[in-house]
Design a binder for this molecule. Sequence first.
Ligand SMILES: O=C(O)CCC(=O)C(=O)O
Ligand SMILES: [Mn+2]
Length: 386
Amino acid sequence: MAAPSCCRKMAASGLENGEDAFRMIFRFYKKRNPPADLSSVIDFSRGDSRVRPVELSVGALTDQDALRAGLQSLDRWKAYGLEGYPGFLFISNPFLPGWQHRWVRQCLKSYPRKPNVCNLDLHMSPEHTVDLWESSKEQLRRKAPNRRSQKSVLEKLRWVTLGYHYNWDTKKYSGEHQSAFPGDLAELSRCVSRACGFPAFTPQAGILNYYHMDSSLGIHVDESEPDRRSPLLSFSFGQSCIFLLGGPSRELQPTAMLMHSGDIMVMSGPSRLLYHAVPRILSFPGGGLLPPCLSEPPAGDPSDPCLVEPCSAQEWEVCAQYLRDSRVNMTVRQVLEEGGSFSVAQDPAAPMSRVSKEDEYHLEDTEAAGEEEVGPNLLVKRKKSF
Ligand SMILES: O=C(O)CCC(=O)C(=O)O
Ligand SMILES: [Mn+2]
């Protein structure tokens, strides 16, 4: 697939400097001053010559199961494939109006709780991480717009792991470090995987990523799961981002696309092990504080058939405040093939491509402090937020 001419020129000059093509494009889109030209970024909600609609098999998901997960009936979903990326599927916000709110509440209130694991566990004593929501909600509610104030602990959250907990140092999962995978997220994941033609998918691990306007996610391949034949599902809420999807090598130029609140990606087959990254978080185009799909109050009541706990108006007030400058992403993975075990299935060779420790993966921009001072092997300077 031909790359846009701005990227071709940039990649050519970068390659002369010994920089791989992916990293060149990553740096291009990460730049904020002056902001990058976004004219060649795919927006699935607007159509693009590189995008083609994909017909999903309507019988794969009943309306009742979809409703239980807060999703529209399958005949209303808009799914797309991308030229040159077999196995990649993009679903443009299939959530029912007012129902993404429940998943956001889970990501901010429920999923960071023990026994799930989060980045703050590595730096804070257990009594300070026991309930991030409770210790942050008043501070978030009172937060004045556009004013720099002390960050609540919830705003210091960068990742949460669920199910088989990903170990950022060994880059492995293990049978010894595991907690129950949340039932509601398992059900949502099964709905999406069934709809996309993967009825046997078993959600076993989740990595939730919490981004602010200056965050990015380094270039990596998700290859730590011994089962690489199952798809990887990715759900986004809150502000938008530029997502880069590359090839099996960093020498290949990635394709840039926008992910908006409610959008879902499925990486499967030949696209399961491709390089990808999030160089930039963007405010949803249009200037509102929240994207329109989140601007409505949360829908439903406790007696409705949705299996996700409802989000009250008071809870949404806190979530909305958080999402004004944040994006939350949930990735769901199957770790072991059916009947597989770690002893036989674990690849003895350490995965090569995922950047090493977690703090080299979740990056925070310090453009003001001088992006030019970046060392040869790090994408951006990192600032610890603890
Ligand atoms: O935030 C995203 O969209 C990507 C997340 C991701 O690639 C990961 O968690 O492995
Ligand atoms: Mn990934």
